[in-house]
Design a protein around this ligand. Structure first.
Ligand SMILES: Nc1ncnc2c1ncn2[C@@H]1O[C@H](COP(=O)(O)OP(=O)(O)OP(=O)(O)O)[C@@H](O)[C@H]1O
Length: 694
């Protein structure tokens, strides 16, 4: 059957498209693209402006631009690793092109005299400008290539999937865009003057000529997504009222023992939140509570107290972390605290072999294991509990309301649903929390443990890197440890990891007496764990990392944090990163390295970081600073998992969204399912379309 004649073509699996086999389908699935329709909702990460060629003399750091020129010299250099450098001259100035990997054919063809057109991001390298791994193609002097006359979308992608292939598939899906049903009530479309759905999607994927980056805005899609989220929250709340959970009335003798053994006393805020949780657990309806606490406020201890309450009542607990790194860390902490109490912690990791896992899984099924710690590997079919009473989800923002519901479903035993506790370090204003997590009750740990010395924060121009490196040398000499977070805000994880590798190489050279370690997203779980363990033990003194360490990592001896390209991060992410230090009693500092010149908002963000260490204050400033259309280019913490909408940025829509939700339920109940399918049924993984999220 041809594509066109199929009535429900958009609902077909992607393999229905020409040229999509199982291997490609698997890659697409990693991006959350399962059906043809999902391609239409896979929105650009950002747009590249390839509509004009920039003179090299006018380039600014951070720009993504097209340049054209002649190669005047090419060299192979050895800086820890072999690199190819080409120098491109366009008459106005000279730009270096840097290749970390290259073939001998490339070395030959990128030779002096060759004319190139390159597209890439401009970066600072010493006093010069460069592009690392630009896209390039050869030009002929007498036959200049035309340049694009419109914006080019760049899509979030995954290893081994080229932009070009994605674009081709999206184009195929666009041929059917008119078949998508409009799911918004007519009255809403009219009132807000939304364009037809197909029109908005076409514009976003294939901007008409003359479009500007600022003009790209998916208003209608944002509204739809917020509406879907709202419907899901309402439904979750409604469903919860209908079901039951085990009531856990016994007193928590384990906690009494642990508290005596702890080297510190819980803060008043921790005690208050623990008693709120205990009260919930004694009821015969499922607890569904969100605990917010600033970085370092001691959420883990609260989670442990809750877990012990369930265990003291004869139930098991699942503690789910967003990354293997954090799961491992929780496992270590829990074992340390709970083993002496005779409470058995079991670590379930995606990386374990079936044989390693079998014993652990058996223990859970037999009830010998009391707490299972892991990532969402915990909720695979093979893991079963004898009596699961409580699910704890750490770092909320990676899980959406839908995933919370499906977890609860999986933990169901007989008529009983497990209790659920959600922990998040992202302070968001209470009113917003009520909308974002409307299906949850809400507690705040609004106090830090005593004895912490405040973190000093400074912002430094990248040119002062050498001073910073000196500072690391000093800190390490005094027995302290440091983080160096380097990032490129890139759709390509490969490039991110390469940058981290290059930085680690450079720092090793510059700091020969310092033990430097490197973690990034592409290392295997066990490699990451082993490096983190060495860092924890002090065997590694300086840890170079990508943002994998953003959430939760706890190494109290680390007291110096360097964040590169700090101007590109959102405030909440900076706050999270900085929160990795200041966790012990030594005075800590955080250095925000930025590329000159700083934009106005970026400057305000860095100022906010210098002036406050309070997550709630920072969240407020974040809100103020986020003007519509401002591109941060990073995933925004503080949001539940939405693909394009941002609860913070788009909160002005919320009253209208709530009204629309009521209208849909009353007049078009059949659309709820279709909206859910369109927006919420995503597999796990990062699918946020960052451009529109910012
Ligand atoms: N009441 C307390 N007094 C002193 N230290 C505490 C107290 N509670 C927890 N801690 C310690 O403070 C550190 C931070 O705690 P924890 O890792 O639970 O923070 P968190 O709230 O999860 O922070 P983050 O969100 O940054 O991960 C840990 O080393 C923990 O042992």
């Amino acid at each position: 059957m041809s594509e066109l004649s199929h009535p429900d073509f958009l609902q077909q699996p992607v393999t229905a498209l020409r040229g999509v086999g199982d291997a490609l389908a698997e890659k697409l699935a990693r991006l959350g693209i399962l059906r043809v329709a999902d391609l239409l909702f896979h929105l650009p990460l950002r747009y590249q402006d390839r509509t004009r060629i920039y003179p090299i003399a006018d380039l600014k750091v951070g720009q993504e631009v097209l340049v054209e020129g002649e190669i005047i010299s090419t060299e192979v250099v050895q800086r820890g690793r072999t690199m190819l450098l080409c120098h491109l001259n366009d008459g106005s100035g000279i730009l270096t092109l840097r290749f970390f990997h290259f073939t001998s054919a490339q070395k030959y063809s990128l030779r002096p005299g060759v004319l190139l057109r390159c597209f890439g991001e401009v970066r600072q390298s010493g006093f010069k400008l460069e592009m690392a791994h630009p896209e390039y193609h050869y030009l002929k002097a007498d036959d200049p290539e035309p340049i694009a006359n419109t914006l080019t979308p760049t899509y979030p992608t995954t290893e081994g999937l080229q932009q070009r292939s994605l674009r081709r598939l999206i184009d195929l899906a666009l041929e059917h865009v008119d078949e998508l049903p409009d799911l918004l009530p007519e009255s809403v479309v009219r009132e807000h003057r939304f364009p037809p759905l197909a029109h908005e999607l076409r514009t976003l994927h294939t901007p008409p000529s003359g479009s500007t980056i600022e003009g790209m805005h998916p208003h209608r899609l944002i509204f739809e997504e917020l509406l879907t989220h709202q419907l899901a929250v309402q439904q979750a709340r409604h469903e919860l009222k209908q079901v039951q959970a085990p009531s856990l009335p016994e007193s928590n003798h384990y906690w009494v023992k642990l508290r005596r053994a702890l080297p510190f006393a819980p803060t008043d805020a921790q005690n208050r939140v623990i008693s709120e949780i205990t009260n919930d657990l004694q009821q015969a309806v499922p607890m569904n509570r969100l605990v917010q606490g600033d970085v370092g406020s001691g959420k883990t201890l609260v989670a442990v107290a809750a877990a012990l309450h369930a265990i003291a009542n004869g139930y098991q607990v699942a503690l789910m972390a967003p990354t293997e790194l954090l799961a491992e860390q929780h496992y270590q902490n829990l074992t340390h605290w709970l083993e002496p109490l005779g409470v058995e912690t079991v670590y379930i990791s995606g990386g374990q072999t079936p044989r390693q896992r079998r014993r652990k899984v058996e223990n859970l099924l037999l009830g010998i294991g009391h707490i299972a710690v892991g990532t969402h590997a915990l909720f695979q079919r093979t893991v079963e509990f004898l009596q699961l009473g409580l699910i704890i989800i750490d770092e909320q923002h990676r899980f959406g309301v839908h995933q919370r519901m499906s977890l609860r479903e999986k933990g169901k035993q007989g008529d009983n649903y497990p209790h659920q506790l959600v922990m998040t370090a992202t302070p968001i204003p209470r009113t917003l929390a009520m909308t974002a997590y409307g299906d949850l009750d809400y507690s705040v740990i609004d106090e830090l443990p005593p004895g912490r010395t405040p973190i000093t924060t400074v912002a430094l121009n990248n040119e002062r890197r050498d001073d910073v490196i000196e500072r690391i040398a000093d800190a390490c000499r005094e027995g302290r440890q440091a983080y160096w977070v380097c990032t490129l805000i890139e759709e390509s994880e490969t490039l991110q990891c390469e940058t981290a590798e290059a930085t680690a190489t450079l720092l090793r050279e510059r700091l020969p007496h310092v033990e430097v370690g490197l973690v990034h997203g592409r290392l295997h779980g066990s490699e990451k764990e082993s490096i983190m363990r060495q860092f924890k033990l002090g065997e590694i003194q300086l840890l170079v990392a990508t943002t994998v360490i953003e959430v939760g990592v706890d190494v109290p001896n680390a007291s110096l944090m360097i964040i590169e390209n700090a101007e590109r991060f959102g405030l909440s992410q900076l706050h999270q990163l900085r929160g990795r230090v200041g966790r012990g009693s030594t005075a800590s500092s955080c250095v925000l390295l930025y590329q000159h010149p700083l934009g106005k908002t970026a400057r305000k963000r860095l100022d906010a970081m210098r002036n406050s260490t309070d997550g709630f204050v920072i969240a407020d400033i974040d809100l103020e600073l986020r003007g519509p259309g401002e591109v941060l280019g990073t995933r925004q913490t503080g949001d539940v998992r939405l693909r394009i909408a941002s609860l913070l940025r788009d909160q002005h829509w919320l009253p209208a969204v709530q009204m629309a939700a009521r209208e849909v339920v009353a007049k078009y109940p059949e659309r709820v399912e279709a909206l859910t399918q369109r927006w919420l049924q995503q597999p796990d993984g990062e699918t946020a379309t960052q451009f529109f999220q910012s």
